[in-house]
Design a protein around this ligand. Structure first.
Ligand code: NAD
Length: 286
C-alpha cells in the first residue's frame, strides 16, 4: 500500500477539470490520499482579466472524478482571500477526516495585465490578494491542524504554486510575476519555521502548462502582438527544450513526490517544472 494512503490533502484552485489543481487531486487520489478540493466557484469580478474562474458544478465534477479513484473527496466553495472561509474549509476537513497532512496552495490569478504605466492599482492589489495573501491565509489557517496531525503521524507537507514568471518576468505581467516571487520568499521563510514540526514547504515554478489559464494567456499575447494563436503557440513551444507545452500531470507528478516520505529532506526549495524553458532567451513582445 502507498505510504500516502489515508493521508488528507487540501488543494485550492482545483475547480477546473483541465487545471493543475484537479490533476493534482487526481494524482494524489491514485496514491490513496483523501482530498478536499477548494475553489472560488463564483463569477469573476468585472475587471478580472482571466474569465476562467471555476464554477460549483465543475468543482463537483472534479470531486466525482477524484472519488472514482476510490477515495473520499470533499468539494468546498472557498475564497482564499477570506480568512473566515479558509478557516471553515480547514474545520470541515478536520470534522470529515480528523487529520490534515498536505496543503497545496494552487489557486492563482492575474487581474488586468498591462504595462506598469497603465496598470490599474485595483488590479495589482487583487492579484496580490489571491496569489500572496491567499497563500498566507491558507497556511495560517491550516497550520494548527497540520501541526497536530504531524505530531500524531510524523510529517506534513506544504506545496505552494509559484511560477516561472517569478524568475523570468514577462512585460505586462509585473503584478503576476512579483506576486509569484513573493510566494517563493513566503515559502522559504515558512519552511524554516515549520521544520521543527516535521513539515516541509516548497514552491513550484511551473512554466507553459497547457491549462485554461495558459490558453487564455496565449490568446492575450496573440491579441497584443497581432499574430495568430497558432503562431504564438508555436513560438512558445520553440522556446521549450523539451519541445512541447507541459501538462497539468507534469506538475501533479512533482507534487506527489514532494508530499511523499521520500521528499522529507527537501524543504524551502523553488523547483522549476518547465521543460527547460528558463534556459532559452526571452524576447520582448512586439
Ligand atoms: P486554473 O485557472 O485552472 O487554476 C486556478 C484556479 O484558481 C481556478 O480554478 C480559479 O477558479 C481558482 N481561484 C482563483 N481565485 C480564487 C480564489 N480567490 N479563491 C479560490 N480559488 C480561486 O489555472 P492553472 O494553470 O491550473 O493554474 C494553477 C496555478 O498554477 C496558479 O497558481 C497559476 O498561477 C500557476 N501557474 C500556472 C502556469 C501555467 O502555465 N498554466 C504556469 C505557472 C504557474
Amino acid at each position: 500500500m502507498s505510504q500516502l494512503a489515508n493521508k488528507v490533502a487540501i488543494i485550492t484552485g482545483a475547480g477546473r477539470k483541465n487545471g493543475i489543481g484537479a490533476a493534482t487531486a487526481l494524482r494524489l487520489a491514485r496514491a490513496g490520499v483523501q482530498v478536499v478540493v477548494g475553489d472560488l466557484c463564483a463569477p469573476p469580478p468585472s475587471n478580472a482579466a482571466n474569465p476562467g474562474v471555476g464554477q460549483w458544478q465543475e468543482l463537483e465534477e472534479v470531486a466525482g472524478m477524484v472519488e472514482a479513484e476510490g477515495v473520499r473527496c470533499l468539494p468546498m466553495r472557498v475564497d482564499v482571500t477570506d480568512l473566515a472561509a479558509v478557516e471553515s474549509m480547514v474545520s470541515a476537513t478536520m470534522a470529515e477526516f480528523g487529520r490534515l497532512d498536505i496543503l497545496v496552495n494552487n489557486a492563482g490569478v492575474v487581474f488586468g495585465p498591462a504595462p506598469v504605466l497603465q496598470m490599474q492599482e485595483d488590479a495589482w492589489r487583487k492579484t496580490f490578494d489571491v496569489n500572496v495573501t491567499g497563500v498566507f491565509l491558507c497556511c495560517k489557517a491550516a497550520l494548527p491542524a497540520m501541526i497536530q496531525t504531524a505530531g500524531q503521524y510524523g510529517a506534513g507537507r506544504i506545496v505552494n504554486m509559484s511560477s516561472l514568471a517569478a524568475a523570468r518576468p514577462k512585460p505586462f505581467m509585473a503584478s503576476y510575476a512579483a506576486s509569484k516571487a513573493a510566494v517563493i520568499a513566503l515559502t522559504q521563510a515558512l519552511a524554516q519555521e515549520v521544520a521543527q514540526f516535521g513539515i516541509t514547504a516548497n514552491a513550484l515554478l511551473p512554466g507553459d502548462i497547457d491549462t485554461g489559464f495558459k490558453q487564455w494567456g496565449l490568446q492575450l499575447e496573440s491579441l497584443v502582438r497581432g499574430k495568430a494563436l497558432d503562431e504564438i503557440t508555436s513560438e512558445a513551444v520553440a522556446q521549450i527544450p523539451v519541445g512541447r507545452l507541459g501538462t497539468p500531470e507534469d506538475v501533479a507528478g512533482l507534487v506527489a513526490y514532494l508530499v511523499s516520505d521520500e521528499a522529507a529532506f527537501i524543504t524551502g526549495q523553488a523547483i522549476n517544472v518547465t521543460g527547460g524553458r528558463e534556459l532559452s532567451q526571452a524576447a520582448m513582445p512586439r
